[in-house]
Design a protein around this ligand. Structure first.
Ligand code: COA
Length: 148
């Protein structure tokens, strides 16, 4: 059975492992710990006690939510873990009266782009050379101010 719950520091190694298999560039284990210590929104998806995905999010400005990082273990994708993690984060951000949720997707990451489109995220702009690799980022946003 899949559950979504709050991150605890004992999940750190596993979250880092999932991040590593999912992105070329890593925030690194210390950054995850620092963000958690700062009180950033941090949820994990768990299947039978095994962490298979995570989402990190925060309120960047007064009414602007931001998805910092979201990833699901390669072996557990297309099982709705990403959907459940993002849905929960949206619910939390709505409680704080956030108007829009922003995120960046690598322009070459078609899967993630399709995933966010399935949530009704819209393209805001393209930022060339956003990533260290030289790849550009697609900035996407979801207006939630008036409810979904
Ligand atoms: C993007 C990601 C988080 C999606 O997680 P997931 O648990 O596999 O997604 P879900 O099962 O909830 O997918 C929901 C819907 O999104 C769309 N979708 C998800 N992955 C997709 C893909 N690779 N290609 C096309 N559409 C996709 C589909 O419409 C899917 O519904 P369906 O399976 O019924 O067709 C996951 O692929 C991942 O970790 N990718 C690497 C890291 C990443 O790119 N993170 C996002 C950038 S911050």
């Amino acid at each position: 059975m899949m559950i979504i719950r709050e991150f605890t520091p004992t999940d750190l190694k596993r979250v880092y492992e999932i991040e590593n298999m999912s992105f070329d560039q890593s925030y690194g284990i210390n950054m995850f710990k620092s963000l958690y210590d700062m009180g950033t929104g941090f949820l994990v998806a768990e299947v039978d006690g095994y962490v298979i995905g995570y989402i990190l999010f925060w309120i960047k400005y007064q009414n602007q939510g931001h998805i910092i990082s979201l990833a699901v273990d390669k072996n557990y994708r297309r099982m709705r873990a990403g959907t459940r993690l993002l849905s929960k984060a949206i619910q939390v951000l709505m409680l704080f009266n956030v108007a829009n949720i922003y995120l960046e997707v690598n322009e070459k990451n078609c899967g993630a782009y399709e995933f966010y489109k399935s949530f009704n995220f819209k393209v805001d702009r393209i930022v060339p050379s956003y990533y260290a690799s030289g790849d550009g980022a697609i900035v996407m946003y979801l207006p939630i101010g008036a409810g979904l």
